[in-house]
Design a protein around this ligand. Structure first.
Ligand code: OAD
Length: 244
């Protein structure tokens, strides 16, 4: 209890917080994380289903996983943790969210300054002509995969596949926020995917206080985290918000 209060006080006092989020924040929204028992990568080998080379060589196979993921995303809605971050932004303390998630739930919750480090699943793009199509159930159900009307080539969600680079603009903005923030709140990430996982280290070396919320410790916990809350983001964040 004292810690919730302490961290709320810290966020108020320091005045510039940034959140760094991962799949854990969306678990209570109905979207399983990637790693661990119920994880997407237990069901689908990422090298076979989420590598750009796999998309080029067998888009029909990759779209089996993408269709599955799309259906889960269609049914999801923001969790109390997403809502808490939206309130923190409205109060003026949270200046940005750097998210590895592609589900768009931070936008739906009402946040405005969101850096999507791994892209967004709600937009499909033609890799040939750059035409964009919004993700919708009727688009996703096209067999063997949704296609660009002009090029008759498979559409790909505008997300970063393994083997692809991070969108330049997102990387620049994320690095800026890691340098500017006075408190970095790491929420629900295993911290094993790079370069995203560099962000907390960058923030720490620029003097930010590191707050972390996770069900289990991550590589950040024993190395750079100042305040660790073990638990669900949907429980911990509303508790902290109770002290604003
Ligand atoms: P992971 O699935 O690797 O990790 C999810 C983390 O959330 C774990 O550390 C869990 O302990 C934690 N967690 C689970 N439920 C939680 C809850 N209710 N509250 C708080 N924490 C919870 O997901 P990410 O770290 O986001 O990239 O994965 C990073 C990247 O790997 C993803 O963006 C994706 C994936 O491959 C690409 O696809 C490029």
């Amino acid at each position: 209890m004292e810690d919730y209060k302490k961290v709320a006080g810290l966020i108020k006092e320091r005045g510039y917080a940034v959140a760094f989020t991962g799949a854990g924040i969306s678990v209570d929204s109905g979207i399983p994380a990637f790693r661990g028992g119920q994880g997407l990568w237990e069901k689908y080998d990422p090298m076979e289903y989420a590598h750009i080379g796999a998309f080029h060589s067998n888009p029909g196979k990759v779209w089996i996983m993408l269709r599955d993921m799309s259906r889960v995303i269609f049914e999801s809605k923001p969790s109390p943790a997403h809502k808490a971050l939206s309130d923190l932004e409205s109060m003026g303390y949270l200046k940005a969210i750097i998210t590895q998630n592609v589900d768009g739930l931070h936008q739906i919750a009402g946040n405005s300054n969101i850096i999507e480090y791994h892209g967004n699943h709600w937009q499909l793009v033609c890799l040939n002509c750059a035409t964009r199509v919004a993700l919708a159930p009727e688009v996703v159900s096209a067999m063997p995969y949704p296609m660009c009307d002009r090029c008759m080539l498979p559409l790909k969600p505008d997300v970063v596949f393994f083997g692809e680079g991070i969108p330049m603009k997102a990387m620049i903005r994320a690095n800026e926020e890691a340098n500017n923030c006075k408190v970095l709140i790491i929420i629900g990430t295993s911290g094993v995917v790079y370069p995203a996982a560099e962000i907390p280290y960058m923030a720490k070396s620029n003097g930010a206080v590191i707050v972390e919320i996770n069900m289990d410790p991550s590589p950040f916990t024993s190395s750079i985290t100042d305040h660790f809350f073990k638990g669900s983001a949907s429980d911990v964040l509303p508790e902290i918000m109770g002290y604003f």
